[in-house]
Design a protein around this ligand. Structure first.
Ligand code: ADP
Length: 326
């Protein structure tokens, strides 16, 4: 087994003094070659920060990252081929054709135009867009655009592909085709793929392993199959709509909230007012007419009245859920 990604005690703070937010609080993990790992977690748990540290868009406060044995932050543009990133909505340049979008990293790396064109065409064929190089992003479907984004991410032959919410916003068919492509690329190129996603379906469909982040820490890690069979937090995340809540001495709640109306760190703040921290069993957040609205399934020893008192002023809607016997 070859370790392709090594993240060691990564910490990231934003801001200073009283305003300091700890987005990553000592994250460590290793990923083997040719594996697909989903990094999941509720909104605000640190997923984007982790993604941006891994692809060197954000400098960690402390800790180390090594990709294929090298620190990605110290690589020059020409050599920077250890990691490629696919972004949400593909982020293509509208005025460039598909081919010229894929050529962009090659141009930055100093490739000759003819070589870059040839390589871009090969990459477009690899992602199933043979002959579409002359199309502009506006002429392509969401899934096709995302394929161009994948071809661009692969331009400098990375060994690791980071997909940052890459299927978010795609319809079901496009999402399925992009996920299938990622699976094929792993098989054909031996790529190590990191999927950062709040969409549990994507994780369920292709990931070998899931890392669950909560409040900047990895709270659970394992094969989806194993975690789903256990009474794990990931199971709660995978099936947030109909959680199978096993009867315990805790109460289970579904807490709805609109992100604009609640403090960012409401889970941590509410936890401080309770006899024990809120145990997050599942979460989902959706964009509804521009507003981020979500819910969390949580467990706590506090009864409904105690929780309502503690949550007073937070702008949350709390419903108690019935547990079922296992
Ligand atoms: P996720 O991607 O899981 O939603 P993020 O990494 O975006 O999580 O956020 C983790 C925490 O860091 C949140 O509390 C968020 O508000 C905070 N945060 C993220 N980016 C910034 C930033 N640029 N400045 C200040 N705080 C930030």
């Amino acid at each position: 087994m070859t370790t392709m990604v090594k993240v060691d005690d990564l910490v990231k703070h934003y801001g200073e003094g009283e305003d300091r937010i700890t987005a990553l609080d000592g994250v460590s993990f290793e990923l083997e070659k040719a594996t697909i790992t989903a990094i999941v977690g509720p909104s605000g748990s640190g997923k984007s920060t982790l993604a941006r540290c891994i692809n060197s868009l954000v400098k960690p406060t402390s800790g180390r990252i090594s990709i294929a044995g090298a620190d990605p932050a110290t690589q020059t543009v020409e050599k920077r081929r250890t990691i490629g990133t696919i972004f949400q909505g593909s982020s293509l340049q509208r005025r460039r054709t598909a081919q010229r979008n894929v050529m962009l990293p090659l141009e930055f790396a100093g490739w000759k135009k003819a070589d870059a064109q040839a390589r871009a065409n090969e990459l477009l064929a690899l992602v199933g867009l043979d002959g579409r190089g002359a199309a502009y992003p506006g002429e392509l479907s969401g899934g096709q655009k995302q394929r161009v984004g994948i071809a661009r991410a692969l331009a400098l032959l990375p060994s690791v592909l980071l997909a940052d919410e890459a299927t978010t916003g795609l319809d079901h068919a496009n999402r399925a085709s992009v996920l299938q492509l990622l699976r094929d690329l792993r098989a054909e190129l031996g790529l190590t793929i990191i999927l950062i996603t709040h969409e549990m379906d994507a994780a369920r469909e292709i990931a070998d392993d899931v890392l669950l982040l909560a409040d900047g820490r990895i709270v659970e890690r394992g094969a989806i199959r194993d975690l789903v069979l256990q009474d794990s937090k990931v199971r709660g995340n995978l099936f947030p709509a109909r959680p199978h809540l096993v009867a315990t001495d805790r109460h289970n709640y579904r807490i709805h909230y609109a992100r604009q109306n609640v403090p960012l760190d409401w889970v941590a703040r509410l936890s401080q007012r309770l006899p024990e921290p809120l145990q997050v069993l599942g979460a989902t957040i959706e964009e509804l007419k521009g507003e981020a609205v979500g819910y969390m399934i949580v467990a706590n020893t506090a009864g409904p009245e105690e929780l309502a008192r503690a949550a007073d002023g937070f702008g949350l809607q709390i419903h108690e859920l019935e547990a079922v016997d296992a």
